[in-house]
Design a protein around this ligand. Structure first.
Ligand code: F6R
Length: 607
């Protein structure tokens, strides 16, 4: 959660730090701050709320002199979002300023120790122990003080430090939190992710856990945890800078919804050649695959729901049982896993703390790990045996859209790939491949076929609660549809397996209760229809999602959204699109901050 940036060069630092923080704001947006060094004077500016407040306070950075600095945008963990708790934090002697992303798990004992030694604390944050430890261990070398400090820390951190004894130098250290160094010409940077850097440089160095860096405008030195200098390669980032801009859209979320045909196409393109599904990145032998007796999918939030949507295709085409565990549960559940388990980890950011912990646990127990991940070089990608990238490009809106659809698409492709390797797909192979190839076109149709959604949003936006129902693949999508709705519109939304309604939930159905019924699986349509009739008999208003020619549903529902007809195994990627649009327009009606919903952050790097 939280985003950090650092800059050193000949230009004024503050405007560059603010620009970087704006790009990272999706990682946290309850308070922000910068510390800039002008010769050896460090000035700190902090605000509550958005980066815009910091821009206002500092006249877009023009009021803050200096060419070296660090910045932070916060998602509060320890202590309320006040300006005292906002980063950067200063050492008692004013020599050091520190920004931090992550959680210091042993901060309480360190805090007590430091207080006993006479250090005073100005905030409630876990971060403040870092800056006092640096002060405590500093004997003229920031590098040595950083080594000693990080040796005392337990938990996760990406840290940025400046010291007024070393004007023009920024320091960075990482453990289990993302941190990237930007390599410029006569100026250098660090940031939590590449979106903050790509307008300045595409050349980056990925810091690994336990490494730290000393960065001046001319030189970047990276050290291991013992302080030994190490060689790091510079990687060229291919992300298109326009992907991190709104490009005329009011919100990133709408831009990203509309980008889905292209994103899914980019996900598919390298994996279908001459009508065959291929995965160059997966050299799993057929013998190894045959030895797999269980597929376990783990992830958090929407990524978990992507797993739910992909499970049906995997089971049907590969004939291997697929189970799903939320990563936050899996990590503490002592899972029964061995070398016959294939673990599929799904993560857009590749930095979700629970997901990383769960995958480490399963890997230790012998599972083969495939990660479906969007951010190149992220922790999840590095830890996996095989990283399969979704190629969705940067996703900026906190609520995932193209991240989700590309994840589900990869699961469809994997199902065909594995099913074929196992010799289980014979006559339908071509049809399945064609279906997946049609997904980008069908997503576009699902966007185009629903011009009534803004009007539906006007009708439903004041509802007390929304219930989403569906069966099988429709149920999987209703889970993600309900999450999308609640996270951006703040409407209470829940998804239920349609057949479960009568086991309790139907008690909540009363006159005018909206029920969003997903009816896109022709094999079980009649069953969902019965559930629609049951809730209508109790006064519910039914907004159905179905095919245009599905007369039975069309005639019984009060309102309709449509998708083009597609084999239900692959329908999840299409069905979610009208639900994303509905959530978007309901949130808009409710005047919500669509790209940055309250209390949320894009990358959940804390437990
Ligand atoms: C919801 C959403 C979250 C993420 C979840 C996992 O729209 O974006 O539920 O899906 O926090 O994040 P990643 O995929 O980065 O591991």
């Amino acid at each position: 959660m939280c985003g950090i940036v650092g800059f050193t060069g000949a230009q004024a630092a503050a405007p560059i730090l603010l620009e970087g923080l704006k790009k990272l704001e999706y990682r946290g947006y309850d308070s922000a701050g910068i510390a800039v060094m002008d010769n050896s004077v460090i000035s700190v500016n902090k605000v509550t709320g958005r980066i815009a407040n910091l821009c206002e306070k500092t006249d877009d950075g023009k009021a803050v002199p200096g060419n070296t600095g660090i910045g932070h945008t916060r998602w509060a963990t320890h202590g309320a979002p006040t300006s005292e708790n906002a980063h950067p934090h200063l050492s008692n002697d004013g020599k050091f300023a520190v920004v931090h992303n992550g959680i210091i798990e042993n901060y309480m004992s360190l805090r007590e120790e430091l207080i006993k030694e006479g250090y005073h604390f100005d905030s409630e944050t876990d971060t403040e122990v870092i800056v006092h430890l640096i002060e405590k261990y500093y004997k003229g070398s920031v590098r040595d003080a950083l080594i000693k400090t990080t040796n005392r820390l337990r938990g996760s951190y990406a840290i940025g430090v400046i010291c007024n004894d070393n004007p023009g130098t920024i320091y960075a250290a990482r453990e289990a939190s993302p941190l990237i160094i930007g390599v410029g010409t006569d100026e250098n940077y660090f940031a939590s992710d590449v979106t903050a850097l790509v307008s300045h440089t595409r050349n980056v160095i990925y810091l690994e856990d336990g490494e730290f860096a000393k960065i001046t405008s001319e030189k970047i030195q990276v050290f291991d945890c013992l302080g030994k200098e190490i060689d790091k390669s510079v990687v060229r980032v291919m992300w298109d800078i326009r992907a991190a801009e709104k490009g005329g859209y009011e919100h990133f979320m709408m831009k990203e919804i509309k980008e889905q045909p292209a994103a899914v196409k980019a996900t598919i393109a390298p994996r279908i050649k001459d009508g065959k599904v291929i995965f160059d990145e997966l050299d799993i032998s057929t013998d190894k695959l045959k030895s797999i007796n269980k597929i376990l999918i783990t992830a958090c939030g929407s990524a978990y729901y992507a797993g739910c949507a992909g499970k049906y295709a995997l089971e049907k085409l590969c004939n291997i049982p697929v189970s799903l565990e939320l990563a936050s549960e899996l990590r503490y559940s002592e899972p029964i896993i061995d070398e016959h388990t294939l673990l599929i980890v799904i993560s857009q950011s590749g930095e979700t703390a629970d997901t990383i912990a769960a995958m480490k646990e399963c890997k230790e127990k012998g599972a083969t790990v495939i990660a479906i991940v969007n951010v190149v070089g992220s922790t999840v990608a590095k830890l996996a045996d095989y990283a399969v990238y979704t190629w969705a490009g940067p996703e900026i809106a906190v609520a995932t859209t193209k991240g989700y659809t590309t994840q589900v698409t990869v699961l469809y492709l994997l199902s065909i790939f594995f099913g074929d390797k196992l010799g289980l797909i014979k006559e339908n192979y071509e049809e399945y491949v064609k279906c997946v190839q049609s997904l980008p076109r069908f997503i576009q149709q699902a966007i185009d076929m629903n011009p009534a959604i803004p009007t539906l949003a006007e009708k439903y936006h004041e509802s007390k609660a929304l219930f989403f129902i569906g069966r099988n693949t429709d149920y999987a999508t209703s889970l993600e549809g309900a999450l999308k709705m609640k996270e951006i519109s703040y409407l209470h939304s829940e998804a239920y397996a349609a057949g479960e309604l009568k086991h309790g939930t139907i008690a909540l159905i009363e006159e005018h209760q909206p029920v969003i019924a997903l009816c896109c699986n022709s094999k079980i349509m009649e069953k969902t229809l019965s559930n629609i009739v049951e809730v209508k008999a109790r006064g519910a208003e039914v907004l159905a999602l179905t095919f245009r020619n599905n007369e039975k549903i069309v005639s019984v529902a009060d309102d309709l959204m449509f998708i083009p007809e597609i084999d239900p195994i692959f329908s999840g990627v299409i069905e979610i699109v009208p639900l994303q649009l509905l959530a978007y327009y309901v949130a808009k009606e409710n005047g919500c901050d669509i790209d940055k919903p309250k209390n949320l952050a894009k990358s959940v790097t804390v437990e």
